[in-house]
Design a protein around this ligand. Structure first.
Ligand SMILES: Cc1cc2nc3c(=O)[nH]c(=O)nc-3n(C[C@H](O)[C@H](O)[C@H](O)COP(=O)(O)OP(=O)(O)OC[C@H]3O[C@@H](n4cnc5c(N)ncnc54)[C@H](O)[C@@H]3O)c2cc1C
Ligand code: FES
Ligand code: FES
Length: 463
């Protein structure tokens, strides 16, 4: 794990930029990738007090602050309506909900990772990147730049005349939450900005953009023209081998996924053209500002404590204590007596360390304790009554074998019940995908959840 000497919540972008000019300092987004690096960091530069954790919308574009999380992308109604669900589809398999509540758009795009689902979908959407010093540039130009010491401030997704574009994002993974073997996203634009944008990523290098220089799609996207374009794309896109797939396999996937993504984007665009009467700005405006977890995060991230001191609420009790800059939330809550919170993988994969931070499930092994300043942390100790009721249904199914995964699984399941009191089976599986269990086949846990929810409905007289 990265050793961090000091933590600084920047008060302005200029301050953050100046701090970032020192080579040993690091901007921290969600810290999930950074945490995996070894070595020393002088100052961890935190941008979470700058109001950059919002997705804003006007007639021209969506402006996504660098500290918005992947989960905000996934659940934003208007952005997903505009992108025909492509943004949600692109991020929904990235580890688990607790992970996506932490990983930021800024860190994901800045990283320009070869495996990135995020870079792929934003490339197809025709997004631009706003850098603090360099200004605004198309994302494909940004992707080709060498790493420097600038700051990524926002991602801008232009609206191509409402009702005039269709999008799709597809990927192939060897298992549900693994890194992708290949990602493809397609944008099919009608009207004022006609054309197509197809991005192919996880090749395993970073996403490349394809357009249609040979006019294969000039008469529209049909089963034949999409197949011809897929075959052409497979010849154009350089692919390689790694442990997730061979170059040959990736070439084949390029042909298939490009064809499918194009057909999906074209039909999504047509459906949008016909159906889109009321989705867009009005829907965004309907989201109450105080229900926006990002807004809550900004407001409460005040950090009025002296450096090295943090005040936060743990299970309803106010805690004020000294911390080192690289103390993790998991260690802080355990030192404060919340021993239900346990370590499993420490690589942000298993979900065992799940706690609620301002009521959202997060991986406490991947959050700096300093980031809990002014916030509310809830562990199993703070949810005893609900946990006892729910746990009885899990035990009844014999779903708890060694029991090691149980605290993280219970926390995340209870977070789901708060977000969605009556989830479908598909929603339950998707929400709990980031909680690994090495003993069970997950079926007992699923039955336990369903029985518990049915019991709760009966108890509340809704059934
Ligand atoms: C186990 C694991 C599995 C993953 N699986 C996938 C996957 O399947 N698909 C996928 O697309 N991604 C995947 N990712 C990547 C993940 O989604 C994030 O993209 C990644 O964690 C970076 O986001 P972050 O907010 O954690 O950034 P951090 O780790 O905080 O930062 C990453 C880099 O960006 C820099 N940085 C952060 N914000 C800024 C900014 N505003 N300006 C300038 N520099 C900045 C940091 O200094 C650092 O160099 C995975 C990551 C992990 C750890
Ligand atoms: S995800 Fe935190 S310990 Fe595994
Ligand atoms: S019951 Fe043993 S890891 Fe889940």
């Amino acid at each position: 794990m990265l050793e961090i000497r000091s933590f600084r919540r920047a008060e302005s972008l200029e301050e953050a930029w100046e701090l970032n000019q020192k080579k040993t300092n690091r901007v921290i987004g969600g810290m999930l990738w950074l945490k995996m690096s070894h070595g020393r960091c002088g100052t961890a530069i935190d941008l979470s007090g700058l109001g950059l954790d919002r997705i804003e919308e006007d007639d021209e574009a969506f402006r996504i602050g660098c500290m918005a999380t992947l989960r905000q992308l996934e659940t934003h109604p208007a952005l997903n309506a505009y992108s025909c669900g492509a943004v949600r589809d692109a991020v929904k398999s990235i580890v688990g909900v607790q992970f996506r509540n932490l990983a930021t758009v800024g860190g994901s795009v800045w990283g320009r990772f070869g495996f990135s689902d995020v870079l792929t979908v934003f490339t197809a959407l025709g997004a631009s990147v706003e850098l603090y010093k360099r200004g605004i540039l198309p994302i494909e130009e940004f992707a080709a730049l060498p790493y420097d010491r600038d700051l990524l401030v926002r991602i801008i997704v232009p609206k191509c005349g409402a009702g005039k574009a269709g999008f799709a994002a597809l990927s192939v993974r060897n298992s549900a939450t693994d890194f992708p073997v290949l990602t493809v996203a397609a944008g099919y634009f009608h009207g004022t900005c006609p054309g197509i944008r197809v991005a192919v990523g996880a090749r395993p290098q970073k996403a490349v953009l394809l357009e249609d220089p040979e006019g294969i799609l000039k008469d529209g996207v049909t089963a034949e023209s999409a197949a011809a374009y897929g075959a052409w794309a497979a010849e154009q896109v350089p692919v390689g081998s790694n442990l997730r797939g061979s170059a040959d396999y990736r070439k084949h996937l390029t042909e298939v996924l490009v064809r499918r993504a194009l057909l999906k984007a074209a039909s999504a665009g047509d459906a949008w053209k016909t159906d889109n009467t009321n989705i867009g700005r009005a829907e965004t405006a309907a989201v109450k500002p105080d229900s926006d977890p990002a807004a809550a995060k900004s407001d409460s991230a005040g950090g009025a404590d002296a450096p090295g001191v943090v005040t936060f609420e743990l299970n309803g009790r106010t805690v004020r204590r000294e911390i080192s800059a690289d103390l993790l939330l998991i260690d802080m809550v355990r030192e404060e007596g919340a021993l239900s919170v346990k370590r499993g993988c420490e690589t942000s994969n298993c979900g065992l360390c799940t706690v609620l931070l301002d009521d959202l499930p997060v991986l406490s092994c991947s959050v700096l304790a300093a980031r809990a300043a002014g916030r509310k942390v809830t562990t199993l100790e703070g949810m005893q009554e609900e946990a006892a009721e729910f746990g009885a249904f899990i035990a009844d199914q014999g779903a708890e074998q060694c029991g090691f995964c149980n605290p993280g699984f219970m926390m995340n399941a209870m977070a789901l019940f708060r977000e969605e009191p009556d989830p479908s089976e598909e929603k339950i599986k998707a929400y709990l995908a980031g909680n690994l269990c090495r003993c069970s086949g997950y079926e007992g846990q699923l039955r336990g959840i369903q029985d518990y929810l049915a019991w709760k409905k009966r108890k509340e007289g809704t059934h």
